[in-house]
Design a protein around this ligand. Structure first.
Ligand code: SF4
Ligand code: SF4
Length: 446
């Protein structure tokens, strides 16, 4: 018997390798590496009754699949170091609280006052000071809202000033736009990429069309489904979009869950698949208020449906990927070099806290970005980060998924609602889908 690392998880199914040998999938969560193991080796890892040969044992040991000593500690120390690293700085900018959609699950308050003309004067000096800090190597500007494209003029003006400063200081400039996509056009995407330096676009589509229009309600009643997807596919067909990654985020409720297969087929029919296709992320609607039992029911149903969608995505060559990457970067609230600045200039650690009714236990970090301070002060959430609390949190400490999950969200933990993601419920099946994807050859997009 070989004792496998607890971080090595096995798939269930037997596949034929390209050479015609029977294989099973294995995934090492400490490296996010997928292996195809001969079934004799996988069975030996899986069962106390089967012994691998000495040569197989040596090969498994060389691949690091037989030990987990110190791996959880090393991962958590790495997260702590990353949380204090000030060479990469991120600013989550919210130039307006307004949104032209009124989605039921949003939870933001869009009626706050925007400083509009003053927002630029508030944030540019702070970000410029950070770009000029000799420790800064990379600056990320993340546009968030409300709907940031409702403040398009401010966005372009702020971006051009920050890009110029980053060029002058030889600091790498990256920028992410999180948007509802309602104002998209191919020409606007071209300007965002070319003039505002946007390198990643995250847009929400809760398809198929009739579901999207019910879920992503425009205040003027218009449909945005075709506009968003036509603009994304139009942009992806152009060489100027190659520097930009497109992510389509889809929120699913128990009611909309049965419609996801139709939606995936529509994406493929529109050509939103293949190597240049957008990455698809499908997530259960985040309901902070529901009890743990209700969450478990919902997440189990979601996890079961997810395997069907992932298999369909392999057949359609849609980029909805079964296995996670390493979670070796802390979230925004856990990184001292990240500041969320709301439309009134208040600084937060967690972007989920901005534009929401104030919660008595969380206070904004500062009324204005800190002049002269190298990094933001620590907020209440910092003490609740995985690497701080994991010793008192045995479920994460002993969990095989810790290196790809990172532990439950600190905000949900602080609110007594820490929950595991759907992969906790379906990881072996995900490995099988990943092996199918890896073995699929000569797939046709769509
Ligand atoms: S939140 Fe759940 S899945 Fe993630 S590390 Fe903790 S116990 Fe594991
Ligand atoms: S605390 Fe939770 S919601 Fe806030 S940034 Fe971190 S993961 Fe996101």
């Amino acid at each position: 018997m070989a004792s496998r690392s607890k971080f090595v998880l096995l798939g269930r199914r037997v596949f034929q390798s390209a050479e015609g040998r029977p294989v099973r999938g294995a995934f090492d969560t400490t490296t996010a590496g997928l292996y195809l193991l001969p079934t004799s080796v996988a069975d030996a890892l899986d069962s106390p009754d089967v012994a691998p040969t000495p040569a197989q044992t040596a090969a498994l040991a060389r691949a690091g699949l037989l030990t987990d000593i110190g791996r959880a500690d090393a991962f958590l120390h790495g997260l702590q170091r990353a949380s204090e690293d000030l060479s990469t700085r991120t600013f989550i900018l919210m130039p307006t609280p307004a949104c032209n959609m009124g989605c039921d699950y949003c939870g933001q308050n869009h009626n706050g006052h925007s400083l509009k003309t003053r927002y630029e004067e508030l944030v540019v000096p702070r970000v410029v000071a950070v770009i000029r800090d000799p420790a800064t190597r990379v600056v990320n500007i993340d546009w968030f809202g409300g709907e940031p494209l409702l403040a398009k003029a401010e966005l372009f003006s702020i971006a051009s000033r920050l890009m110029a400063e980053a060029r002058k200081q030889a600091v790498e400039y990256r920028s992410q736009l999180t948007t509802n996509g309602s104002l998209f056009s191919v020409s606007l995407l071209r300007r965002l990429i070319g003039e505002a330096g946007v390198t990643r676009v995250d847009v929400t589509v809760d398809g198929p069309q009739r579901i999207h229009d019910l879920s992503r309600k425009m205040k003027n009643g218009a449909s945005t489904y075709d506009r968003i997807l036509d603009s994304v596919s139009g942009a992806l067909a152009e060489p100027w979009s190659e520097s930009c990654q497109f992510i389509i985020r889809t929120n699913v409720t128990m009611e909309t869950l049965p419609h996801v297969t139709e939606y995936l087929r529509d994406l493929a029919a529109r050509g939103l698949c293949g190597d240049r296709g957008p990455a698809i992320q499908i997530a259960p609607v985040h309901q902070w208020g529901i009890g743990t039992d209700a969450y478990e029911v919902a997440v189990s149903a979601f996890a079961e449906a997810e395997i069907e969608w992932l298999n369909l995505a392999v057949d359609l060559d849609v980029n909805f990927l079964p296995l996670p990457d390493l979670a070796d970067e802390p979230c925004s609230a856990g990184h001292r070099g990240t500041e969320t600045i709301d439309p009134q200039g208040t600084v937060y650690d967690c972007p989920e806290l901005a534009l929401r009714p104030p919660a008595p236990v969380f206070v904004p970090l500062g009324r204005r970005p800190q002049a002269g301070a190298q990094a933001r002060p620590d907020g209440a959430l910092m003490a609740d980060m995985t690497w701080s609390t994991v010793i008192e949190s045995p479920p994460c400490r002993s969990c095989s998924l810790l290196p790809v999950c990172g532990g439950a969200c600190a905000l949900s933990r602080a609110q007594g609602q820490a929950q595991c993601p759907s992969m906790k419920h379906n990881f072996a099946d995900r490995i099988d889908v990943a092996v199918r994807r890896a073995l699929a050859a000569n797939r046709e997009c769509g």
